[in-house]
Each structure stands twice: as structure tokens, then as C-alpha cells.
Design a protein around this ligand. Structure first.
Ligand code: NI
Length: 198
């Protein structure tokens, strides 16, 4: 088991819809361990498999003093009431955005042994579960912001020491996905093709 490099914005694995896990084998258990170690070392409250370059529907979380947990093939049931608050992402270092989320969530899925599990949470845990599930759908930030948001992300990532930016304009590099409207908010996903070197 090991600590993995965290992929940053621009890596195509982050904007791809991740695959369902079908085989709950040793590889999946190793993936959960790698995600957990990498998340705790960062440190972060959540980490999704695409963020370490694995396009599978798996994420780990560790909110406050709780023990780290994980969820595979998540299906979310959201409460109608919402919360507002800043949200950051290890793949977009140094930035946080006010992001409206459901206040509570009931998440069903599997653990690394293929057993059915349910995670029920509110506030930060609910925010984390929604954020990580977005990652599995290739969504980096689910918030209002449009082009302005994209520009900010671009600038932040451009100053990241491990990323090489091609000499092109933002318009050429980043194409915001067509925005399916949810709750009158713009769902922003970002497609990047920046060169990414480690
Ligand atoms: Ni994130």
C-alpha cells in the first residue's frame, strides 16, 4: 500500500465518468487502502479513486475525528433542505468556493468486501459524500460560477508546481460541459487537456 500522487485539474481522468466496480477482489481492497492513506496524508476529508488516476466508483472519507470510511458504487438519496458553505478539492489546490448542497444524505453502496452498506450523514459528511460522488461522474465543482469559476481554477492550477501549462488561452484549453440545470444552478464540469507532469 502506498501514498499516491493526487491528480490535479487538467488530468482527463478527473472529467471522465468512472466505472462501476464489479469484482470485489484484492485489487479493490488495495485501492481503498491507497485512497485512505493518500487522503489522510494530504490531509483531506474525502478522496475519490479518479483523483489517484483510477476510474472506478470508489471514494474514501474522514470527517472530523471519525474513523475513515469508504463507499463503492454509491447511490445517493438527498434531503430537500440545503446547506451553504465553502468547498475545496485536493485536485484544485488552494481554492474554495461557496457551494450549495443538500443538508443530508443517505448513501447506499458496497464496502470493499462487496457487502451492502448505508451511510447516513448531514452537514460536512453529507457535503463530502456529494462532492466525492460528483468526482465519480467527472464533475470537479458543482456550483455556480461559469466561466469566472473556470478562470479561477485555471489560474490556481497554473501555479501548481507539478503542472505544466500549454501556451494556449483558457478558451482553447477548457470547455465547460453543457450545463444540465439542477435546482436553477449551473452544474459546472470542466474538461481540460492540460499537460500534466509529475
Ligand atoms: Ni474533490
Amino acid at each position: 500500500m502506498s501514498i499516491k500522487d493526487i491528480r490535479v485539474f487538467g488530468d482527463p481522468v478527473l472529467t471522465k465518468k468512472a466505472d462501476e466496480v464489479k469484482d470485489f477482489d484484492k485489487q479493490i481492497r488495495n485501492l481503498v487502502k491507497d485512497l485512505t492513506e493518500t487522503m489522510l496524508e494530504a490531509p483531506g476529508v474525502g478522496l475519490a479513486a479518479p483523483q489517484i488516476g483510477v476510474s472506478l466508483r470508489v471514494f474514501t472519507y474522514c470527517v472530523e475525528e471519525d474513523k475513515p470510511g469508504h463507499l463503492i458504487n454509491p447511490v445517493l438519496s438527498l434531503t430537500n433542505n440545503s446547506q451553504e458553505g465553502d468547498e475545496g478539492c485536493l485536485s484544485v489546490p488552494g481554492l474554495a468556493f461557496n457551494t450549495k448542497r443538500s443538508y443530508g444524505v443517505i448513501a447506499t453502496g458496497k464496502n470493499m468486501y462487496g457487502e451492502d452498506i448505508v451511510i447516513e450523514g448531514s452537514e460536512l459528511l453529507a457535503r463530502c459524500i456529494q462532492h466525492e460522488t460528483d468526482h465519480l461522474d467527472g464533475i470537479i465543482f458543482n456550483t455556480q460560477g461559469g466561466f469566472d469559476l473556470v478562470s479561477k481554477i485555471y489560474s490556481s492550477v497554473a501555479s501548481h508546481p507539478n503542472v505544466a501549462i500549454l501556451p494556449v488561452t483558457i478558451e482553447e484549453v477548457i470547455k465547460p460541459q453543457l450545463p444540465p440545470k439542477t435546482n436553477n444552478e449551473l452544474r459546472v464540469a470542466i474538461l481540460g487537456n492540460l499537460n500534466h507532469h509529475k
